[in-house]
Design a protein around this ligand. Sequence first.
Ligand code: ADP
Ligand code: GLC
Length: 480
Amino acid sequence: MDVLFVSSEVAPFSKTGGLGDVAASLPGALSARGHRVAVVTPRYGGIDPQRHGFTWLTTSLEARGERCGLWLKKGGPGTPAVYLLEHDLFYGFRRNPYGEGGSDYPDNPARFAFLARAALELPRALQFRPAVVHFNDWQTALGPWFLRAEHHDDPWLAGARSVFTIHNLAYQGMFAKSFMDLLGLPWSIFRLDGGVEFHDQLNFMKAGLSFADALTTVSPNYAREILTVEGGYGLDTVLRSRSGDLFGILNGIDDREWDPARDPHLPVHYDRRDLRGKVRVKAALQAELGLPVKPHVPLVGLVGRLADQKGIDLLAAATPALLRSDAQFALLGSGQREFEEFFAWVGRERPDRFAARIGFDEGMAHRIEAGSDLFLMPSRFEPCGLNQMYSLRYGTPPVARAVGGLVDTVEDYDGWKRGNGFLFGPLDPVALVVATRRALDVWRDVRAWRGIQERGMDIDFSWERSAERYEALYRGLAEG
Ligand code: ADP
Ligand code: GLC
């Protein structure tokens, strides 16, 4: 099948979170299954296309009267073709996908409406006839509407069906309704039922939910949670009305990128059979972070956006109690300023126990996953979560809150022979402390711990199975 895949971030060219990872590896897995996939994403200022092996195309495209240049990184058997859209809205003076210095670019609605529109011009420009156009998250959520309304007589998209994947329902892309005119959207769709209106505002996410032929989200458990009032962020009614078209498909991980046996970011490698290398990665990480190099002190890691979603407020509240246990902590993240400042301060106060690295650092993320003994994920909500899968693969059992995709991937240790990590329920710092202490106690029991590690490392989180499910969905749509 020919598939057009549209995403506002694609790793390694751009990435602010898991979306970038998924938009890189799902198209790869689909290509490996023999499909022809074209991935479309903006060329932000921070991307150097030549360094990544892109070539400039003489073909350009036009969307709503605007010309847009194209860079191509050629695909082949098992690799998707990637197109970068070059336009002032993305490139020029702007480096990042969404904003700078803690604020979003004010013209994001125009930028991302343009992304969805330009992506839909690609089939004509390249003479490519996709059976399915797959859009991701609010940034591309107007796409299903544009496909219906602006391409019904486009021979290159005739019969193309749309899939919209919700990676995170909390970010909906809500803007003043005056954008309806600016973006050339008809007022007939500014309605609550089956439209884009939400509390008298324009809601991009709602366009995806209303107009896509099929909806997916990134774990089965999150697919259930978003149908409830608590988990639906005001969109549960729309989602319930479409529950027959909603599928929860668990994300996979790129198991070549995240493999302790050959990860280039690690000083030493290891695998499930021989974990000695992990001990050396831990020592190197302790040294790199300026922590005392002590093999017998457990090291607890966390990598992620420092945002409420990740339960960082819980962690902040739990920090004094956690620091009373005999453990070291390694935190890597960036996000809300108050959290950045708080953890940087804890790191200055307790350099012997707490290392905080504020920023985005791919290599350090890999070393924390590998070198830690335990990985924290106290998420308030979590559509899927990739970090817990990385940590399981690296023999670093997670302590996670029992929500969203964490429930589908982490199994609580039963004190005996089952479980690959530690789950807790209440959204409460005390529950996080209790679960972490429980894990640290088990850590002292070398045999029990080894069992937990092995059960985690045995799980196959590769994309194959998930890609098969997307493929079945695409086929169903194309044939239906
Ligand atoms: P989300 O998409 O909600 O942020 P995920 O767990 O799905 O959460 O994915 C997060 C991805 O971003 C992972 O690949 C993780 O390693 C990476 N990541 C998050 N914060 C950082 C950081 N500060 N430095 C490096 N990588 C990070
Ligand atoms: C979102 C979610 C995260 C998920 C990722 C990739 O950013 O917050 O849970 O893993 O998308 O689907």
